[in-house]
Design a protein around this ligand. Structure first.
Ligand SMILES: [Zn+2]
Length: 483
């Protein structure tokens, strides 16, 4: 490593409101036919007046509280002026110098071990723009997204690697989902990242820190990983080659092309003066009462970090398993219900949920809210294994069957005759047959070949159609072979 990476992230997330920021149109724009969720306000028609969405303001303050921010006593909305085809008013209502939230932080696993705090400089409320659709015959605009409430969360440049940047976005995602602020639907464009990247290094005994690049509109974790890696290397190579970054004084804005795997220059960065911010004359200033802020604080649910710590302490599961389970509130609740229903088997339940269950969800691209079985199904299956009614191997088949049909595991086991056989006399007969049929494996075993015993166990299990209790098989084979 020849340079140090310095990363800051601006995250735009749509808030989970039913209606838009300044009008009554539905905010659920994804998948709706173009220009069906619009009115004079969000189309920016002359004379239309904005009315702030109370729920959006509450969610924005709640987000700030979850991120340990202060809620200033005075806030206001401002006009950010710029011309763009998907911005019909010619300005966006945003917050300039008095945002709803300032001075927060969140905690991430640090590269050097332990944890580190990433500062949250501010989180302000604004409205989303429309969407341009570029086709062969021209470009079209869809205003359904115009005016959807958007929270912009600006981190301090506290991350020093791609891994820390990803840990930050993951921690932020969890907190916003947990507190019901946003569904964080990256795949639908409901969350986007602008990532500021710069490099810092020593040269001739001096610290050099060239101007940063802002990579606009990254819409996946993979894009962050690839774009940041590419841009940092590009800045470094450019510096080494005596390129433009040596003489540049301000930051630049670049885009990311996943197809070419490269960034491309969009523009020399505007400064905030270029937007001619001024207070929004159609809205009054807003002073959140301390009572309402405290009420929102009191309604914050258990946060992911606390839930992880509790899972480890309460259920005796590993930190890794706790991390996987807590990554989604629906998955975490599913686990808690299953663990409660399978008393004393919390670890086994965690194995099923983080293993078989999650694998199937991922295969089908399903969210944990769409798990097709209930927590009681998993709990019942775990009890069947714990009581020795079915073997671990058979249990996987039962799981597959209950996933596909929604049937209860007890019913599947009874119907298909999958009960594990622990009866020694039944197993002993199979053991004797296998020993008689395979003198070579017996000789190998006696000659000390470890694999021979496993092969014999496999044959007994085969004869018993996988239903023999493996511990009994092992015990009886051992007795017979050492006799
Ligand atoms: Zn509208």
């Amino acid at each position: 490593m020849t340079y140090e990476l310095v990363i800051g992230i601006e995250t735009h997330v749509e808030l989970a409101t039913r209606s838009k920021m300044f009008c009554g149109c539905a905010a659920t724009w994804f998948g709706a036919p173009p220009n069906t969720l619009v009115c004079p306000v969000c189309l920016g028609l002359p004379g239309a007046l904005p009315v702030p969405n109370r729920r959006a303001i509450e969610l924005a303050i709640t987000a700030g509280l979850a991120l340990h921010c202060e809620t200033p006593e005075h806030t206001k909305f401002d006009r950010k002026n710029y011309m763009y085809p998907d911005l019909p008013k010619g300005y966006q209502i945003s917050q300039y110098d008095l945002p709803l939230n300032v001075n927060g932080w969140l905690e991430i696993p640090a590269d050097g071990g332990g944890t580190k705090r990433v500062g949250i400089i501010r989180a302000h409320l604004e409205e989303d723009t429309g969407k341009l659709l570029h086709g062969a015959s021209g470009s079209l605009v869809d205003f359904n997204r115009s005016g959807v409430p958007l929270l912009e969360i600006v981190s301090a440049p506290d991350m020093s690697s791609v891994r820390e940047a990803l840990a930050y976005t993951e921690a932020l995602r969890e907190i916003l989902i947990y507190s019901g602020i946003s569904e964080f639907r990256l795949e639908e464009g409901g969350a986007r990242f602008d990532t500021n990247v710069s490099i810092r290094f020593e040269e001739d005994g001096k610290t050099v820190w060239p101007p940063q690049s802002e990579i606009k509109n990254l819409n996946s974790y993979r894009a962050i990983e690839q774009a940041v890696t590419f841009e940092a290397a590009r800045l470094w190579d450019d510096w080494q080659a005596g390129g433009e970054v040596r003489s540049r004084t301000g930051k630049i804005t670049v885009g990311w092309s996943p197809d070419s795997g490269r960034t491309f220059l969009q523009r020399r960065k505007e400064e905030s003066e270029d937007y001619r911010y001024f207070p929004e004359p159609d809205l009054v200033t807003y002073e959140p009462s301390r009572e309402s802020v405290e009420a929102l604080r009191a309604s914050l649910p258990e946060m992911p970090a606390e839930r992880r710590a509790r899972f480890v302490a309460q259920y005796g599961i590993t930190d890794h398993d706790a991390r996987v389970l807590v990554s989604d509130p629906a998955l975490a609740s599913f686990y808690e219900q299953a663990a409660a229903a399978a008393a004393g088997e919390a670890k086994a339940v965690a194995n099923w949920v983080t293993g078989e269950l999650l694998r199937r969800l991922r295969e089908k691209g399903l969210r944990p809210t769409a798990i097709p079985i209930g927590p009681e199904h998993v709990a019942a299956l775990v009890r069947l294994v714990a009581s020795g009614t079915v073997s671990g191997t058979t249990a996987k088949d039962v799981f597959a069957e209950m996933w596909a049909t929604g049937q209860k595991p007890e019913a599947i086991v009874a119907e298909k005759g999958l009960q594990q056989v622990s009866d020694e006399s039944a197993i002993a007969a199979a053991v004797d047959e296998v020993i008689a049929a395979d003198p070579k494996a017996v000789a190998d075993h006696r000659a000390g070949k470890a694999k021979a015993l496993e092969a014999l166990i496999g044959k007994v299990m085969g004869r018993m159609k996988g239903k023999a209790n493996p511990q009994v098989v092992r015990k009886l084979l051992g007795e017979r072979l050492s006799a």
